[in-house]
Design a protein around this ligand. Structure first.
Ligand SMILES: [Zn+2]
Length: 190
């Protein structure tokens, strides 16, 4: 059994939600942290599913989205917080997210994700542009138009910005980066 699978079999999304401060009611429902949720629409069990925004996944993707960290970091965080022994090769697990080395790790991860996404946007913009004014626009072409400049700016700050600027990007865009990462992997698997 893989390390990820053993975590998924040991910790429910409900356990994780309560550990990280979400209020879960008797029916296993909580207010969803992934959209503006006034009434509990997130169902938590061995997985999670939101009836409001459609977010869903397993305990690792739940923690990954909640903190805006990679799946690997989410798994390590779960193992640490739930006291599950981990046998990892390589360097020791990172400490709290607010440490300098954690920020560096996140910046490296975010740069990789954003570069891959940027390359996709460039391709979509070139290959999907409408041939005539009458032709309706491909949604991915529109997305490329809307996001290319912003993504380029984010990459620029991550590459050349100060630690404080990088920290601000983490604060404001960590969820965006995770969403993009999941999306990119979706494309790569189809
Ligand atoms: Zn939701």
């Amino acid at each position: 059994m893989s390390y990820f699978q053993s975590l998924k079999d040991s910790i429910t999304c409900r356990d994780a939600a309560e550990q990280y401060g979400l209020e879960v009611n008797a029916a296993g429902m909580a207010r969803c942290p992934f959209h503006e949720d006034r009434h509990p629409s997130l169902k938590l069990g061995w997985g999670f599913h939101c009836f409001g925004c459609g977010a869903h996944g397993d305990v690792i993707s739940f923690v990954s989205r909640l903190f805006g960290i990679s799946a690997g970091d989410a798994a390590q965080k779960l193992a640490r917080n739930f006291g599950i022994p981990v046998h990892l090769r390589g360097p020791p697990a990172p400490l709290a997210l607010d440490s300098a080395s954690d920020l560096e790790r996140w910046v490296t991860f975010a740069k990789t994700v954003l570069h891959r996404y940027y390359d996709m946007l460039v391709t979509w913009k070139q290959e999907l542009q409408p041939a005539s004014p009458e032709e309706s626009w491909h949604p991915l072409f529109v997305e490329a138009l809307q996001r290319q400049a912003d993504i380029r700016e984010l990459i620029h700050i991550l590459e050349f910005g100060s630690k404080q600027e990088q920290q601000e990007i983490y604060t404001h865009y960590r969820k965006t980066v995770i969403t993009i990462d999941e999306r990119i992997r979706g494309y790569e698997h189809t």
